[in-house]
Design a protein around this ligand. Structure first.
Ligand code: AMP
Length: 361
């Protein structure tokens, strides 16, 4: 069985690695011949909107998936007419537009921050008047890792934010004074079988995920998050792994966004759960029984952003697992991560503190 993965970044690389024990074979599509995935499977080199390249990939494999959200929907739809493609193209379409995403959440009874579409300075002024300050202005499409967004704290921030972002359609969101941020990763198979992982607690800085701690161990929030996740999965007739990110505001989940793919906040599952998110994604798109999502201990994942610590310093920490994506260092770039697992939350926290000393604060 050959699987095509659109995008050969670290997510694609980890997906392919998790499929090797099943004797699965992989091909990537990426514009860079030296993307991280190149070390584990051949890359069809081409742009993500290049229908001919997508068709070439499809021609070499039995099923196609993607690790990258900014694949043009029209190009993917054309390709999906020739080969099964999971997660469904419609999930990708919704996730690419923050307004469609929030409309879907609204229809499914999932709370979101209050929001307004912004297509003019007048819309922005009206939105600020309606939602109040502070609020967050974001591009509707193509935002990731906090790019394309501004927090508006005072009236004087409005015009410069419009100057900076206003050339494309925007969304204005009410600012959520959250207690913490959490995410839930789950999988739905082509057979309809569904499983969810324990909630993970996430810390972001400058819009980029820095640390994930899991399991969050909050039975009430877990139930609520699983309910939200299952509604989205079933509504979309989903197959594969899906991630929902939430703010926790006064004990209540408020949905921020969804990702129709394996997710950085699920990396802890490689060593911290019975079955990793990557393995479950493959099982889900191949219609195989899903693996158990139970945690095996207490895990914390730290991203290495901009610089990699010395491998030996990470590996000197008991219970530490290192993932170096083999990428050239660049400020703000995710170069790798490490996960520490402990038998107790206290042991995990001690190991996490040691790991955090290795990253710039
Ligand atoms: P996003 O790209 O939407 O995931 O935003 C990146 C990060 O910015 C989030 O993880 C939050 O830490 C912060 N953020 C985004 N939207 C809001 C909001 N409406 N209220 C408060 N913080 C936000």
């Amino acid at each position: 069985m050959k699987i095509g993965i659109i995008g050969a970044g670290q997510l694609g690389q980890m997906l392919a690695l998790s499929g090797f024990p099943y004797a699965l074979q992989f091909r990537f599509l990426d514009f860079g011949a030296d993307a991280p995935g190149a070390r584990v499977a051949p890359i069809v080199v081409g742009a993500f909107d290049d229908v001919a390249a997508l068709r070439r990939l499809a021609g070499e494999v039995d099923v196609v998936t993607y690790e990258f959200e900014n694949v043009p929907v029209a190009a993917l739809r054309e390709m999906a007419a020739t080969r099964p493609c999971f997660p469904p193209v419609d999930a990708l379409r919704v996730s690419q537009d923050r307004i469609l995403e929030k409309e879907l959440f609204g229809r499914l009874g999932i709370p979101t921050p209050p929001y307004r579409a912004v297509d003019s300075l007048a819309d922005l002024e009206a939105g600020v008047a309606a939602l109040g300050l502070p609020c967050v202005l974001k591009t509707r499409r193509l935002g990731y890792d906090g790019r394309g967004q501004r927090v508006l704290r005072k009236r004087a921030d409005v015009a410069p934010a419009w100057e900076a972002l206003g050339s494309v359609p925007l969304i204005l969101e009410g600012f959520i004074a959250f207690d913490r941020e959490v995410s839930i990763v789950g999988a739905r198979s082509t057979t309809g079988e569904t499983r969810a992982y324990p909630l993970a607690m996430n810390t972001h800085r400058e819009g980029i995920l820095r640390v994930t701690v899991a399991p969050a161990r909050d039975a009430r929030l877990q139930r609520a998050a699983e309910g939200h996740l299952r509604r989205v999965l079933d509504h979309l007739g989903y197959a594969g792994v899906l991630t929902l990110e939430f703010f926790v505001e006064r004990g209540r989940l408020v949905a921020n966004e969804m990702a129709p793919r394996v997710h950085n906040s699920g990396h802890w599952t490689i060593e911290g759960a019975v079955t990793s998110q990557f393995e479950n994604h493959l099982r889900a798109i191949l219609g195989l029984p899903l693996g158990e999502t139970r945690p095996v201990g207490h895990a914390a994942m730290v991203n290495f952003i901009g610089t990699m610590p010395a491998h030996e310093r990470v590996l000197a920490i008991p219970g530490a697992h290192l993932h170096d994506y083999g990428k050239a260092p660049r400020p703000g770039r995710k170069l790798g991560h490490a996960t520490v697992v402990g038998r107790t939350a206290a042991e995990r926290d001690t190991r996490l503190r040691r790991l955090l000393r290795l990253v710039p604060r």
